[in-house]
Design a binder for this molecule. Structure first.
Ligand code: XMP
Ligand code: MG
Length: 201
């Protein structure tokens, strides 16, 4: 595999088909996006709303880059999921301790890990606008997938456009595994078939 220099827990051996994006490239791209965000929000204090768990790594690197630019912001966190395994379930479950009133009248920037079909965001956005009545809402996503049918929702800030393959690492999971990888990989069939119960003895 082309990526002999990349490290990962040994129990993941064979679980990837290829390395897609190196951590260093992600951090560099997060810095670019932070510049664009700073340019648009100068003099404002946007609420950076992290969609857990997948966006957590990207969120931290984005915040760091914004801090270096002396861009002020608020932080909020939201947990939601539309995925079961590698298949979108179509319904979105919202969890986590977000109080919509903390977003009221504020410039909200949703930070996502990946927009696939756009289903998740197309459900979240109207609810957020209705319940929280923010001043503005935009989306910053690390990844979008190149699909035949365009996504139901598009982000203003996009890190990388990737092929339509299931990716893992840097916060992105498959059945809660692989979030602990430093880089982003394409999952292999062995990775998909792997039984996580094997890890717990
Ligand atoms: P939709 O289709 O609603 O999907 O835009 C967005 C959510 O689905 C998850 N997702 C993935 N997670 N690798 C992952 O680890 C992937 O390739 C992938 N594609 C979609 C993700 O949680 C995202 O928020
Ligand atoms: Mg997600």
């Amino acid at each position: 595999i082309e990526s002999a220099d990349r490290i990962y827990p040994p129990e993941y051996e064979g679980h990837f088909s290829r390395l897609l994006i190196k951590r260093e490239e992600i951090i560099e791209r997060a810095t670019d996006l932070a510049k664009a965000i700073h340019n648009d929000y100068k003099g404002k204090r946007p609420v950076l709303l992290c969609v857990l768990k997948g966006a957590a790594s990207f969120y931290l690197h984005l915040l760091e880059a914004l801090q270096d630019l002396r861009q002020g912001f608020y932080t909020e966190f939201l947990r939601l999921s539309s995925y079961e395994g590698a298949q979108t379930s179509g319904t979105v479950k919202a969890r986590g301790g977000l109080h919509y009133q903390d977003l009221t009248g504020k410039d909200v920037l949703i930070v996502e890990d990946i927009i696939d079909t756009g289903t998740t965001l197309s459900h979240l956005l109207p609810v957020l606008k209705r319940e929280a009545n923010p001043k503005s809402v935009e989306v910053c996503t690390l990844l979008t997938k190149r699909l035949q049918t365009p996504a139901k929702c598009e982000a203003k800030y996009v890190g990388f456009s990737i092929p339509n393959q299931f990716v893992i690492g840097y916060g992105l999971d498959y059945n809660e595994l692989y979030r602990d990888l430093k880089d982003i990989w394409v999952i292999s069939q062995k990775g998909i078939d792997f039984d996580p119960h094997k890890l717990h003895g």
